[in-house]
Write a protein that binds this ligand. Structure first.
Ligand SMILES: NC(=O)c1ccc[n+]([C@@H]2O[C@H](COP(=O)([O-])OP(=O)(O)OC[C@H]3O[C@@H](n4cnc5c(N)ncnc54)[C@H](OP(=O)(O)O)[C@@H]3O)[C@@H](O)[C@H]2O)c1
Length: 231
């Protein structure tokens, strides 16, 4: 069945591979959002060969005005899947050396922006008969993983997990399924070349989890391979 999927941070890394994955999965319509469409050459190439299945929208997820513009651009259009992918590290320092400015920026992008995006396209999601919101979190945000380093990043993803768990309950009465997922340790600019899996493998896993996810599983934390992740 044809779905419309909105992906943030779609110009590189896991986001770009999510676009490629959904393009290869059939007749889906993909709204690929990125900060600088004019610089997103790989995404433009995909769009140009997609037969009209990919549209590119300018979106800085941390900028309220930019998000408002997206709401206006998409008015009246059904969205079946919102994929909150955009994210930043916010520094890799330990808690005793954390850079407060970078930490604040990471909170805006990693924690608050996914919720802002839900607000922005809620009317579009309500038009779907099987709406799903998947947000890319990280094992580094799991309270069950007791390790240190990258304190800013870990805390923004931990807060993201909690707010999405709460949002799942908020939206359950509307039939909208909400979950978070650890995408694996992935070979991207963020994950580095030593990472365990490719962005293509990660994206395929994420799309598979989304396709199998049912309203009964709302509020779940997954791994990219479909297993549950401990909170
Ligand atoms: N790679 C890993 O091992 C790993 C592990 C766990 C979780 N994750 C999570 O997976 C997601 C994707 O990560 P990745 O590895 O693909 O990282 P990446 O290669 O660094 O790509 C990050 C993406 O987020 C976008 N972005 C950042 N800030 C933005 C903003 N304010 N507005 C719009 N887009 C913004 C970037 O756009 P620009 O090009 O404009 O900067 C880029 O498209 C993130 O949420 C990350 O935390 C990754």
């Amino acid at each position: 069945m044809t779905k419309t999927i909105l992906i943030t941070g779609a110009n590189r890394g896991i986001g770009l591979e999510l676009v490629r994955t959904y393009l290869g999965m059939g007749d889906h319509a993909i709204i690929a959002c990125c900060r600088s469409p004019e610089k997103a050459l790989d995404l433009q190439t995909l769009r140009d060969s997609s037969g009209g299945k990919i549209t590119i929208e300018q979106l800085n997820v941390a900028d309220e005005k930019s998000v408002q513009n997206l709401t206006t651009a998409l008015a009246g259009q059904t969205i079946d899947i919102l994929l909150n992918n955009a994210g930043i590290m916010g520094g890799r320092e330990s808690a005793i050396n954390v850079d407060f400015g970078q930490w604040m920026e990471a909170f805006k992008v990693n924690t608050m922006a996914p919720v802002r995006l839900v607000h922005a396209v809620l009317e579009n999601l309500k038009m779907s008969d099987d709406a799903k919101i998947m947000t890319i979190s990280s094992q580094m945000g799991a309270l069950s993983l007791n390790s240190n380093g990258a304190a800013a990043y870990r805390s923004t993803k931990a807060a993201l997990n909690k707010v999405m768990q709460v949002l799942a309950l908020d939206l359950s009465t509307m039939g909208i399924t909400v979950a978070v997922i650890h995408p694996g340790w992935v070979q991207t600019d963020m994950g580095g070349t030593a990472a365990e899996i490719t962005a293509t493998e990660s994206a395929a896993g994420i799309a598979s989890v989304i396709s199998k996810m049912t309203p009964a599983e709302t509020g779940s934390f997954y791994k990219w391979n479909g297993e549950g992740h401990a909170w």
